[in-house]
Design a protein around this ligand. Structure first.
Ligand code: GLY
Length: 424
């Protein structure tokens, strides 16, 4: 069969790699793709937001299945466009992707259906938000309602920071329309975990857990990024916590979406905070995490196409998800200056070192193929993933492998997986 993947990041490279292992797949296309995806798929020069052009391409090339990797096209309704044309596509429709597209929607959903999360208020005007903040407890969290490349979340330690945050989101409109509405919520403490779940509208099956590192600098300092590294599984996501989440969060979320007439088919990413009072939902996303996919998919034993087919056909109950009994760590190699200003076009050396190395992966994010070779083309450039028999070995292997590639202005965090050292 022929598969088209929509997106251009490390997540889409990990999806393409997983699809390439399926015996059922003869040909992979990726739109628009990147320099690394081009090694296993034919990259198509159509942007992820050109829904009709992408659907034309799928029709003209007899694509059997399209997998949407990115949030923007999902929230914009790409799945609806493909379905209207009778094309087989994997991802939530627009009316379900809103679970990621609007923080207000997701918080209201959790409140209505009693799904554990923290207290919050939403405001459409900066004046009302500022009035509320005058009597708030700090730290407090400000979130732009809409999509903001993972950067629309501000943690404010005092009233002054919160006032500046409201101005950033609602007056300076740093995140554009995403900041028309603001969600102000309690600050939660605990360990975070990301759990990606396959969903068929009725059934939901969680994959193995992971933990991201969102801040740019060591010690969780610096600005929020799309994610600087991950490990899987999270040793803090115990069987007891998993059971609680299955009963109180995952299934109730599926049921809530169904009850609202918004059946969710695709990947539901549940961002959890494991607080002293128990697990709470931090956020939902409507797609694989990036760089969570880069540590979860290499550990998955199932043929991804079988699982996706089961989701689309409403037969996920017939699938048993299986993961290897090992661990994986991903370290992101970024361009110095990310997530603010950084240079592009730097030649990447050493990519060939990953050829034939079992358990080591180089997933491309911001890269481009040129006549000179593969060059940097974004803030997050490569995700270096390594597996190991346990988390410590996987981390050692990943940090060894980051030295196999080099480019001018290469930047990484040196403490990905530091939480692993807290394991008793
Ligand atoms: N790594 C966080 C995300 O994918 O949103």
């Amino acid at each position: 069969m022929k598969v088209l993947i929509i997106g251009s990041g490390g997540r889409e490279h990990a999806i393409a790699w997983s699809v390439s292992k399926s015996k059922r797949v003869d040909k992979i296309y990726c739109a628009p793709g990147n320099g690394g995806i081009a090694e296993i798929a034919e990259c198509v020069n159509i942007s992820a937001m050109e829904f009709n052009k992408l659907a034309d391409f799928a029709q003209e090339n007899n694509i059997d299945l399209t997998i949407i990797g990115m949030d923007d096209p999902l929230v914009g309704g790409i799945v609806d466009v493909f379905e209207e044309r009778g094309l087989r596509v994997f991802g939530p429709r627009k009316n379900a992707a809103i679970i990621e597209g609007s923080k207000k929607f997701s918080k209201d959903l959790m409140k209505k259906y009693d799904i554990p999360t923290c207290n919050y208020e939403t405001f459409n005007s900066p004046e009302e938000a500022l009035l509320y903040l005058e009597n708030a407890n700090f730290p407090i969290v400000l979130k732009a309602d809409g999509l903001a490349l993972g950067k629309g979340v501000l943690i404010c330690n005092n009233l002054q920071e919160a006032e500046a945050g409201v101005a950033t989101i609602m007056l300076d409109r740093q995140f554009g329309e995403a900041g028309d509405t603001i969600v102000i919520e309690d600050f939660m403490t605990g360990r975070e975990a990301s759990v990606l779940c396959f969903c068929d509208g009725t059934n939901i099956k969680p994959m193995t857990s992971a933990q991201d590192h969102k801040r740019a600098k060591d010690g969780d300092e610096g600005l929020n990024t799309g994610g600087m590294g991950t490990f899987s599984p999270s040793p803090f996501y115990t069987d007891e916590i998993k059971k609680f989440c299955e009963e109180k969060i995952y299934k109730p979320t599926m049921d809530a979406m169904k009850a609202e007439g918004r059946d969710f088919v695709g990947i539901l990413f549940v961002g959890l905070m494991m607080t002293e009072e128990g697990p709470r939902v931090l956020e939902y996303n409507a797609r694989f995490g990036d760089p969570e996919a880069q540590v979860v998919l290499p550990r998955m034993k199932n043929d991804i196409i079988d699982v996706i087919d089961a989701c689309i056909d409403g037969k996920l109950d017939e699938i048993e998800l299986e993961f290897e009994d090992n661990a994986a760590v991903c370290v992101i190699l970024a361009s110095a200056g990310y997530p603010e200003h950084y240079d592009k076009g730097k030649l990447i050396k050493g990519l060939e070192n990953f050829k034939g190395k079992d358990g080591y992966y180089v997933f491309h994010a911001g890269t481009k193929k040129t006549d000179e070779g593969i060059v940097t083309n974004g803030g997050r450039v490569l995700g270096i993933t390594a597996k190991g028999s346990d988390l410590k070995e996987a981390r050692k292997n990943a940090y060894e492998a980051v030295s196999w590639v080099d480019f001018e202005n290469k930047y990484m965090r040196n403490d990905i997986g530091k939480a692993i050292d807290d394991i008793k």
